[in-house]
Design a protein. Structure first.
Length: 170
């Protein structure tokens, strides 16, 4: 009886681990899509409203579709407390551990964007938005390919590992 319960728990543990890793790919695609949407909103607001950074952050934080980007709200709060935008942006991005783990080394581009927005004229800022959109669009294509490739593989692989471990135990 005890062995059967252990086998079931081990199999389900590995299967859930596989589902977790497949879900991470889904989360990464979602967060990069949200970053691209954020860049489009920034670009539109700069082009047509010439908004200062504080108003831009207000618009971003009030946009319902960007609620997954928690660092935007944190950056806005830091700026309202008197912190400079680049420093507040960097601190907010770095403090969002989930975002940094999902983006990996691409997080540096998001941080650098905080130093580029609001620092130059409108045309240069629009060029920066386009540059970062290209970077994150390439990343999105790669992440979507990985998601398609691994979304079915990880759960099945987890289950197979669980069954293998159960066979070894029995």
């Amino acid at each position: 009886m005890f062995k059967a319960a252990a086998v079931i728990l081990i199999c389900s543990g590995f299967a859930l681990g596989g589902i977790y890793f497949a879900g991470r790919h889904e989360q990464k695609v979602k967060i990069i899509s949200d970053i691209l949407l954020m860049l489009s909103v920034i670009e539109t607001q700069l082009r047509f409203a010439c908004m200062p950074v504080s108003d831009l952050l207000r618009v971003l934080s009030e946009t319902d579709k960007l609620k997954n980007l928690k660092f935007v709200v944190q950056c806005r709060c830091s700026m309202e407390s008197g912190e400079a935008f680049p420093k507040a942006w960097k601190k907010a991005v770095e403090s969002d551990a989930e975002l940094c783990s999902l983006l990996g080394d691409r997080c540096k581009y998001l941080i650098q964007m905080g130093f580029d927005i609001g620092a130059t004229d409108i045309e240069s800022q629009l060029g920066c938005c386009e540059y970062y959109k290209q970077i994150f669009e390439k990343e999105l294509v790669q992440c979507e390919e990985n998601r398609k490739k691994y979304s079915n593989l990880y759960p099945a692989l987890g289950l197979m590992l669980g069954i293998s471990a159960a066979i070894i135990i029995v």
